[in-house]
Design a protein around this ligand. Structure first.
Ligand code: TRP
Length: 369
């Protein structure tokens, strides 16, 4: 069962929620639509132009820093859990973008959080972080030498101290109001406070400066908590962090893309053949019969294939528009479209997997820090 936003007013970052209507999220949680800031962004990412990054908090100050070539930070935390799939690639794409925009990039492995909430051993978590995340990051084009990188469990002493000091600046009632009371365990509280430290720590090193955290909507409670806590420190001057919110891709069969359902995603380590099969079995916006499809046209907005194109496989807007137009005009049939998509995926994976093997020699460049 997926949780509907209307059930209560809380987002559970450890739960599984499928959001149907992003405009409701914007209205309910005070997230600003990205459309109100995009004009300030010098060279917007395709996710911004395609409304995949649909919302933000205070992104204007980050856009200004980019435009004026001022110092700013981008940071993210990765929670190793299962296979690295195209949903995870979205954050990697954004890391690369901000690296190109001149950000000081911070990446942490949320091993403390994974230990507390995912039932994995520290050893398993470390292995997953390297094999699934770091190798894929490098293969996708993240420059490991231009990142500040750490594991939550091994961050330096200033970071560890900050992560303990945060507890003083928040009350239990606030935590209950943000995360709900049903399942707020000590492990989740530690994870939340550690994440606040992840987000504020870069400003201890870099000084007070705009900081952007690109996340999925599920992480917004942590962002709100951090923004509240930032101003309460007397000993450090923290600027409230900014955030952007990206939509999540749907599962290939509809519903949620989920690490526990291999048929719902394509992993970047899936064999090209397995990936081709998943594409051929994906849910499209096609009609019941060929006849009907020719008459009424397909429905790209309900189609996992069109989503793959939009999020990952087609950078050119004109190419995307051609598919869209042909689909709704009833000229493009799902079978042909799937074959085309499968070819693109296979080509991508073959190249990517070669790069991933070559990345092994560079992985130490992350770890050295
Ligand atoms: N909680 C995040 C997740 O579940 C991981 C994370 C840890 C994180 N620290 C962070 C994300 C800091 C963004 C910023 O994926």
């Amino acid at each position: 069962m997926t949780e509907k936003l209307s059930r209560n007013d809380k987002i559970d970052p450890w739960g599984s929620m499928k959001i149907e209507d992003y405009s409701k999220v914007i209205a309910k949680f005070g997230i600003s639509p990205f459309s109100n800031v995009i004009k300030k962004v010098p060279t917007p990412h395709k996710f911004m132009l395609r409304n995949i990054i649909y919302g933000h908090r205070d992104f204007g100050r980050v856009a200004n820093a980019i435009a004026n070539k001022k110092k700013f930070v981008m940071l993210t935390g990765l929670m190793p859990s299962g296979k690295f799939h195209f949903g995870h690639k979205m954050i990697a794409d954004q890391i690369i973008y901000y690296q190109q925009m001149g950000a000081e990039v911070y990446i942490c492995v949320a091993d403390i959080e994974a230990y507390a909430t995912r039932g994995l051993s520290m050893k398993e978590i470390e292995k997953l972080a390297i094999e699934e995340y770091l190798l894929n990051y490098i293969a996708l084009g993240i420059n490991p030498e231009k990142c500040h990188f750490y594991f939550q469990s091994k961050g330096n002493s200033r970071y560890q101290t900050l992560s303990k000091m945060i507890a003083k600046h928040v009350t239990f009632n606030e935590l209950k109001a943000i995360y709900g009371t049903d399942s707020l365990t000590p492990g989740k509280i530690v994870s939340a406070l550690t994440q606040v430290a992840d987000i504020l720590y870069p400003q201890m090193e870099q000084g007070s400066c705009p900081t952007v955290v690109p996340v999925g909507t599920d992480q917004d409670p942590h962002i709100r908590l951090t923004r509240d806590i930032a101003s309460r420190f007397k000993e450090f001057k923290f600027m409230a962090p900014s955030s952007t919110y990206n939509k999540f891709m749907s599962g290939l069969q509809g519903g949620k893309m989920s690490s526990s359902k291999p048929e719902s995603y394509i992993a970047l380590t899936d064999t090209p053949n397995a990936a081709r099969k998943k594409v051929m079995r994906a849910l499209t916006g096609g009609r019941e019969t060929l006849e009907e499809q020719k008459k009424k046209g397909g429905q790209p907005h309900k189609c996992a294939i069109y989503e793959l194109y939009t999020y990952h496989l087609m950078d050119e807007d004109s190419e995307l528009k051609n598919v869209y137009d042909d689909c709704i005009a009833g000229k493009l049939m799902c079978g042909d479209d799937k074959k085309h998509c499968a070819e693109l995926i296979v080509k991508f994976l073959e190249k990517h997997q070669e790069k991933r093997e070559r990345a092994r020699k560079d992985v130490c460049k992350f770890i050295k820090v």
